[in-house]
Design a protein around this ligand. Structure first.
Ligand code: AMP
Length: 287
């Protein structure tokens, strides 16, 4: 794969200058925000952006402000050459790869914060995470001047938070959610899967397996959220290497817990630690 046709740029002003020029030429711009170490999940987003827009910008930035102390900021996997090759193979135009100091200058003091839906699910154990995400994504929207941005349903809460922010703050951008891409055996693709040793990799299948059980119950007509949540929980507990962070069935829009009868579209989302690696997975269901 050749990287000849893709520009790797670290300076936000330089990207903004190019995106401004593209806009004056009447070209549409797609943005795919990532933390790099790209896999087929990211690739599906980039593919869609390249198909739907005249130009595509992929950002690769391990954003320090969305990590809390003690999380995996320092060890997060990185491989910029492979990322550039994948972006080029899909026809992306710019790989934006800033350093933290390019994004957060000495006097940086402005944040974007979404209330309520950021405090549930992953927000319970990662209370500052989404503030970091919405702040960096706002910056990326301004830098890229994108008409459309692409996010994976793998991070369903993130997608809901970004949609909320775009609506609340009148960002002039269309948000597209893309389906979860999985390994052949069902494990949702994730850069963090690299942390798993062979034994943990096997154990990690409990995430998709337990969710399948929940979905099967819904398909068979079960509508009691407690019954479904308990079945998923019991399946995860059978796996010795797994430690549950949460198993939740929430309203798809408000992300509020559904405890009794399911009557509206729901998101069934789980976070499970396999060894020291925290993994997430989910499915959406419309009754
Ligand atoms: P990350 O690099 O993990 O921050 O992810 C960047 C984007 O890729 C996010 O919008 C993710 O939801 C999306 N993504 C990550 N893994 C997958 C996957 N397995 N399927 C679909 N989208 C994904």
């Amino acid at each position: 794969m050749s990287n000849d046709n893709i520009k790797i740029i670290s300076n936000p002003d330089e990207v903004q200058k190019i995106s401004r020029k593209w806009k004056t030429e009447g070209l549409t711009i797609g943005l795919v925000p990532t933390m790099g170490y790209l896999h087929e999940g990211h690739q599906s987003l980039i593919h869609k952006s390249c198909a739907q827009n005249d130009r595509t910008i992929v950002s690769v930035f391990v954003n320090p402000i969305q990590f809390a102390p003690g999380e995996d900021l320092a060890t997060y996997p990185r491989d910029l050459d492979a990322d550039a090759a994948l972006c080029a193979s899909e026809g992306a135009d710019i790989l934006f790869h800033p350093q933290p100091s390019d994004m957060y200058g000495e006097y940086f003091s402005t944040h974007v914060e979404v209330d309520d839906i950021t405090q549930v699910l992953c927000g319970k154990t990662r209370p500052t995470h989404f503030k970091g995400v919405t702040t960096v994504v706002s910056k990326l929207f301004n830098i890229s001047k994108a008409d459309r941005a692409y996010f994976g349903e793998k991070d369903a809460q993130q997608l809901a938070v970004i949609k909320r922010m775009v609506e609340d703050l009148n960002f002039d951008i269309e948000i597209t959610g893309c389906p979860i891409v999985r390994e052949a055996d069902g494990l949702a693709k994730s850069s963090r899967n690299k942390y798993l040793n062979p034994e943990e990799r096997k154990a990690a299948l409990v995430l998709s397996r337990s969710l399948s059980i929940g979905k099967q119950l819904l398909d068979n007509g079960e509508r009691n959220a407690n019954v479904i949540r308990n079945s998923i929980t019991q399946e995860i507990k059978k796996e010795q290497l797994a430690e549950i962070d949460y198993v939740s069935i929430v309203d798809s829009v408000t992300l509020k817990d559904v405890d009794e009868k399911i009557t509206a579209p729901v998101l069934t989302a789980i976070a499970v630690k396999i060894g020291s690696t925290r993994l997430i997975d989910n499915f959406s269901y419309t009754v």
